[in-house]
Design a protein around this ligand. Sequence first.
Ligand SMILES: [Zn+2]
Ligand SMILES: [Zn+2]
Length: 320
Amino acid sequence: MQVRFWGTRGSLPVAAKAATVRDKVATALVAADGRRFADEAEARVYLETELDFAAAHTYGGATSCVEIDVGEGAFIVCDMGSGLREFGLDSLGRCAGGHTREWHFFLSHLHWDHIMGFPFFVPAFVPGSKIVIHAGHADAETALRRQQEEISFPVPFDWLKADIEFRTLVPGQDYAIGAVTVSLIEQHHSHLSYGYRFRDAAAKVAVYSTDSEHKIDRMEGEADVVAFFGGADLVVCDTMYSLADSVSMKEDWGHSSNIVAVDLCHEAAAKRLALFHHEPTYSDADIERMHRESIRYEELTRGAAPLEVLCAYDGLVVEI
Ligand SMILES: [Zn+2]
Ligand SMILES: [Zn+2]
């Protein structure tokens, strides 16, 4: 199974500004200290191996969109944030190479940052495409149609040429999408949200759990979440805020912290955690600092097996 991150930012898309790129280039030049590079490939090796991630890269700014690829069958995609535009084009390229023209979406919820990519999803405009939109919310179709009403967008939903079907899923049941078994759990968030657990034919498990508030002072009530994360090879988790923010001014905003995510994954004996849904006001350096702190916290609180803590960025591919 491969998990591909097409959008990892929370709430609002962001783009790196000119000053941000300038600062990164300046940092790299100073760190190179006059060294010569034979070509760009050699320079890239230096950037990859000798600079911090935040100095040489960006976590990116597209909103939530994560692909679960098991190497066969239909495309499986979690959420339709602005990262969906790029995935749509990439998937059409794969269709030209023989991939089946069928897309199955699993929506965490209907907030704008999780559906805003759909009007820009090119396969929806192509006759012969089959699109199935799965959601725990019975009003998913209402939300998607509404964002394409004339007051908001020039192309109405009914103009789309794909065969589009909506399916409302029920927590506690298993659903089969080809060789993949999917289940869902209700989460604490404004208008509710749902987490999804995907298991492939080789019993590899990826969990997608975003926009979910876990209260640090009520963790004993999270047994159902721990069971849902149980033994997962990868848990993609909402870690929008630092712990200090999440328990002070941003309590009840519907999101969680890196600390709570590590605690839940430890309890669930998950193997890897990907920090996800990054706060839009956080710089690359802020996010990298939170990643380092999460790794340190994981080491300090580790029981038996280690939990690998990744930090999701637009373009990350995780093989499990
Ligand atoms: Zn969100
Ligand atoms: Zn939300």
